[in-house]
Design a binder for this molecule. Structure first.
Ligand SMILES: NC(=O)C1=CN([C@@H]2O[C@H](COP(=O)(O)OP(=O)(O)OC[C@H]3O[C@@H](n4cnc5c(N)ncnc54)[C@H](OP(=O)(O)O)[C@@H]3O)[C@@H](O)[C@H]2O)C=CC1
Ligand SMILES: O=C(CO)COP(=O)(O)O
Length: 295
């Protein structure tokens, strides 16, 4: 049995660390690194189990240019919706990997805490229960794992909470208070669930680790990159300035563009996501938050 991680960013590296507790795990990335067990992509693709942590906006291109399906079982660790097409990750991956071979990771999990072996709970979501259980068994004891069949629900929850986290960061940056933050986060959860229901997602997914759990984590902490994007917008910084400062991926940005497009095409009411999109496009955060929070 062999396991390989693709993408040595913050999350891929943390997952590599965690999975290595009980297994010999290989890792690769676009940029080579002098770390233990770092190998070529070709070697990783020969593994039986793959964990892929390539940012959502790059996944389609990465698969097209690099991926060869040889019957591997794949755990997708990214969270986001493709901005250019509005496609969910499970749709993008389905062109390369059959449903029975793929699982999606969700739940509240800052990489910096996983890398310190702090207690964390994750959900492995897959249509094929056997593969979900196989991946769940690889995690060390400090990571409690759950399994679920609600792939689309987990995916939407994980992607959407990043957009709400941006809004929460703006709310905090504008010093609108705890009442406003609680209103925004709870309305955000309702908005995520309502959006998910259009795609057949289960309500319970939004009430549990993948939804409320991950939303509460990211929408209330400066450890979240997406929350920090919100803080930057509240200061009046542009998207470009914020991203340069951050130096890491903030999936809520691309996902806000994707949601705005999906909302327009399908006439869906997504008030918070639509305002986040508008602020990313230059609308005043004060005006947006007033529109969201007051009569
Ligand atoms: N950080 C966290 O706490 C968590 C993150 N996630 C999700 O994991 C995913 C990855 O995030 P994270 O690792 O934190 O992000 P980082 O910004 O730390 O790293 C992103 C990595 O993606 C790689 N990358 C960027 N562009 C490409 C490309 N075109 N082709 C191939 N690889 C590319 C880079 O590889 P290289 O450096 O080799 O160039 C980089 O290391 C995101 O979807 C995020 O939402 C999920 C849960 C927790
Ligand atoms: O998804 C995450 C934690 O579960 C990480 O969130 P950020 O990308 O906002 O840091």
């Amino acid at each position: 049995m062999s396991i390989g991680v693709i993408g040595a960013g913050k999350w891929g590296s943390a997952l590599h660390f965690a999975l290595s507790e009980n297994h010999d795990v290989l890792i690769t990335s676009r940029t080579p690194r002098a770390i233990k067990n770092f190998v070529t992509l070709e070697e990783i693709l020969a593994c039986e189990y793959l964990v892929i942590s390539v940012p959502a906006q790059q996944v389609a291109r990465w698969l097209q240019e690099n991926f060869v399906f040889r019957g591997q079982k794949v755990l997708v660790a990214s969270k986001g919706i493709e901005a250019s097409s509005g496609r969910f990750l499970n749709e993008i991956y389905s062109e390369y990997i059959p449903d029975e071979n793929i699982a999606f990771l969700s739940g509240p999990s800052f990489a910096v805490e996983v890398i310190q072996s702090l207690p964390t709970a994750l959900v492995i979501n897959a249509k094929n229960e056997t593969i979900a259980k196989e991946f769940a068994a690889f995690f060390p004891s400090f990571i409690k794992t759950y399994i679920s069949e609600d792939v689309v629900g987990a995916e939407i929850a994980g992607a959407y909470k990043n957009v709400i986290a941006i809004a929460a960061g703006i709310c905090s940056g504008l010093e609108l208070g705890n009442n406003a933050a609680a209103a925004l986060i709870s309305r955000g959860l309702v908005e995520m669930e309502r959006f998910g229901s259009v795609y057949g997602a289960q309500k319970d997914t939004f009430l549990g680790l993948s939804g409320a759990g991950d939303l509460f984590l990211t929408a209330s902490s400066t450890m979240s990159r997406n929350f920090r994007v919100g803080l930057g917008l509240a200061k009046g910084l542009t998207q470009e300035e914020i991203l340069e400062d951050l130096g890491e991926v903030a999936e809520g940005i691309g996902t806000a563009y994707a949601l705005r497009d999906i909302a327009q095409k399908n006439e869906l009411y997504l008030p918070i996501a639509t305002e986040v999109y508008a602020m990313l496009e230059g609308k005043s955060p004060q005006e947006s938050l007033r529109d969201l929070l007051t009569n």
